[in-house]
Design a protein around this ligand. Structure first.
Ligand SMILES: [Zn+2]
Length: 266
């Protein structure tokens, strides 16, 4: 049973999606309706509600920011319902590869359906799907240049996010954050947090915070510290999510990701 809550923000509708399983884990995710399009597609178990909404609002297509199942989970159902998709080839490739989703994520979000044939969204008037790697290598954002509005997917999530997936690249994320801050967006819509106050400054603050963390981590790596020791010193104890996900979504991963993305180890 999906909880669907609509919020109006002028020309943008935020559709907040959650299930009791996701709320128990502390998660919700939003899709956005703007310019007749839908941005992202929600999680797999919300797919019937997302398709119903897309039909009710007569959306002409859905733009998918990245492969994570809370963003691409409704893509297969939307495509099957004949709704056009704007899905970057790199995202589509990962979605089609249908990598194994760990049990806790299937419990929280449901199990993704395989993507069948896709009708391509012809054009996305006023909306650009732009590469924004870091959170994941296939991560994109949607930029509305006329309204200086950034639909950030999982680019932001908060200034001091202390946990990471193993696939994240914090150094690349800093560059991406600065690139989109330089566009001076007047509005940023985060896929989990909704509207971000003082958006351009918030993107820069996050970049600054990660830069400082990277410098502190690099200094300890150079002194031979382990990931666990650096994590304890700089980020503290692992959060509950780390135990639930068996470490997949944890603080130690943030340290490991910084170590892996060090210029010397590339
Ligand atoms: Zn994500």
């Amino acid at each position: 049973m999906t909880d669907v809550a609509l919020e109006a923000h002028d020309d943008v509708t935020r559709v907040r999606l959650s299930s009791w399983q996701s709320r128990l884990a502390g998660y919700e995710v939003s899709v956005y309706l703007v310019r007749g399009m839908m941005i992202d597609s929600g999680f797999p178990s919300a797919a019937p509600d997302v398709v119903r909404l897309a039909r009710e609002r007569a959306v002409t297509g859905a733009l998918i920011t990245h492969h994570h199942e809370d963003h691409s989970g409704g893509a297969a159902a939307l495509a099957a319902a004949g709704i056009a998709l704007a899905i970057p080839p790199v995202v589509e490739a990962v979605v089609r590869a249908a990598a194994h989703v760990p049990l806790y994520r299937r419990v929280v979000w449901g199990t993704p359906s395989p993507l069948g044939s896709v009708t391509r969204a012809a054009a996305t008037p006023g909306l650009e799907l732009l590469p924004a790697p870091g959170h994941a290598s296939d991560h994109h954002v949607v930029w509305d240049a006329e309204r200086r509005t950034l639909f950030a997917g999982d680019l932001f999530l908060g200034v001091k996010v202390r946990v990471a997936h193993p696939e994240e690249d914090p150094r690349l994320l800093v560059q991406t954050l600065r690139r989109f801050a330089a566009l001076e967006p007047v509005r940023v819509f985060d896929a989990h947090r909704g509207t971000v106050p003082n958006p351009a400054a918030a993107l820069r603050l996050k970049a600054d915070w990660i830069d400082e963390l990277i410098a502190n981590v690099d200094a300890r790596i150079a002194r031979g510290w382990s990931d666990q020791a650096i994590r304890r010193e700089l980020l503290g104890r692992e959060p509950f999510s780390s135990y639930v996900s068996r470490g997949e979504y944890g603080k130690t991963n943030f340290i490991a990701a910084i170590r892996q993305s060090a210029p010397a180890s590339r």
